[in-house]
Ligand binder design. Structure first.
Ligand code: SF4
Length: 219
């Protein structure tokens, strides 16, 4: 920290806790969730309250799927829907690897921005308490993610007429959960490793939220 800023931070000492936590976008704004996947109108109050109670500032990361998959409604994720007997389906061996490759490419760029921001906080003498991801997300899952290939296959075999919120959450999400990291968390961890920055990861449980259970985020 340069000398002038150091003097200023002492002279202008204020109420800030100098602690921040980075959270997946939809913890503060479920409007970016996949269609059928928002269980709250806006933010997840109890997670926000817990962080607030501990005097930690919240930094909202961009929603990676919104950025990589075509905006708020993530229109690219719906391309396989009902495609089983189409020409598009025959090309899945090429299209799906390209989709994943392009997603990873964009996520690396987003991860670079997040890590630069984390570094700025650390270099400025702040504590970065952690990063909160979302269990069950193919992008933001920390320990639990979603099998993207199986998910594309289920969508290909589902017609738009047969799809409803329940089917979406049961067949396309719950049944396809698997252990592992989401692609964005993978990109973040890789970038943090390269920068030799150690940060704790936490995970908000999407399935508990889906089932209407109490959500406890232990920091
Ligand atoms: S889990 Fe990640 S990718 Fe999915 S809506 Fe939330 S922020 Fe976006």
């Amino acid at each position: 920290m340069d000398k002038k800023i150091k003097i200023l931070t002492e002279k202008l000492k204020d109420e800030r806790s100098k602690k921040v936590i980075f959270v997946s976008h939809c913890i503060l704004n479920e409007n970016t969730r996949y269609l059928g996947g928002a269980f709250r109108k806006g933010c997840i109050d109890e997670v926000v309250d817990e962080i607030q109670n501990q005097g930690i500032g919240i930094v909202q990361m961009k929603c990676p799927e919104q950025k990589a998959w075509g905006g708020i409604f993530k229109k690219h994720m719906w391309r396989p829907l009902g495609s089983k007997n189409t020409f598009l389906y025959k090309l899945k061996g090429v299209l799906l690897p390209f989709f994943i490759w392009n997603t990873k490419r964009i996520y690396r760029k987003l991860a670079k921005e997040v890590v630069a921001e984390i570094k700025d906080y650390i270099d400025s003498g702040f504590e970065v308490v952690g990063i909160v991801g979302l269990a069950g997300s193919p992008s933001c899952g920390v320990n639990t993610t979603l099998d993207i290939k199986k998910s594309a296959e289920v969508l290909a075999n589902t017609s738009i007429d047969d799809l409803d919120k329940n089917k979406m959450n049961e067949s396309c999400i719950k049944e396809l959960l698997t252990k592992g990291k989401g692609l964005f968390i993978e990109a973040l961890k890789e970038k943090l490793r390269k920068e030799s920055i150690k940060i704790k990861f936490y995970e908000h449980d999407l399935i508990s939220e889906m089932n209407g259970k109490d959500i406890i985020l232990k920091l």
